[in-house]
Design a protein around this ligand. Sequence first.
Ligand code: UDP
Length: 249
Amino acid sequence: MQTYKILGVKCHSLTMDEALGRLQEFLQGDKTCLVVTVGPEMIMRAQEDEDFKNLVNAADLVVPDGSGVLWAASRCGVKIPERIAGVELIDRFAEILAARKDNALFLLGAAPGIAEKAGEKLKEKYPGLPLGGCRDGYFKEDGPVVEQIKQSGARVVYAALGSPKQEKWIRDRGAEACIKVGIGVGGSFDVISGAKKRAPQLFIKLRLEWLYRLLCEPSRWRRFLAIPRFMYLVVKNGRGAVEEWKDGN
Ligand code: UDP
């Protein structure tokens, strides 16, 4: 699997099917594997948050979620086969878990009721899905949440706590909760549950999903400033913006 550093942040270059293959390999192992879906916003956060940068660079799988990542790569002569949107990855993986039936899924995060609703939707779509449990993301103490996941027997957690909280939570609590695969999924439960709509296909095709989100939630405009800042840094660094990953970075 080809691995790159985009502005110093790890990113794997692979197809959706290859990513799903990796996730299934993780289920065979006995450690907690952290999966990050990385976009320009996270890459910009990593420029200022060393702990977060180290976390992403130590993650077991980092998939390119965000057309900005593909744009940066192609500018530097690197071909990343496709964008792997987190919301699609977790849907396809749920289908696999439903077929295998041997590893239960836990949905952690979003506002009260949303994870349950997302769970219902996933079970409607994939009836055999072993759903270990659901819990909202507005808890004060980690302990009871870790215990709930552990008791549920789930081996896969989709964590929708917003980034970087969700990735740090998986890193710090995943092993205690006895999970094999933890994926940070951002606002995916809001989309799967139907509480929020994903951008229409046209926006996705034109690589303008970010614009749709901005139009829907203009109050979050500050966060979208990360995109032009990312583009500026990529252009400024020229070909050095994207480098091949070498072991030991
Ligand atoms: N969220 C949560 N707990 C928190 C903060 C956020 O469960 O303490 C949830 C929030 O309800 C939303 C999800 O995390 O469903 C993603 O939040 P956001 O849209 O800010 O993150 P992004 O998808 O942009 O990474």
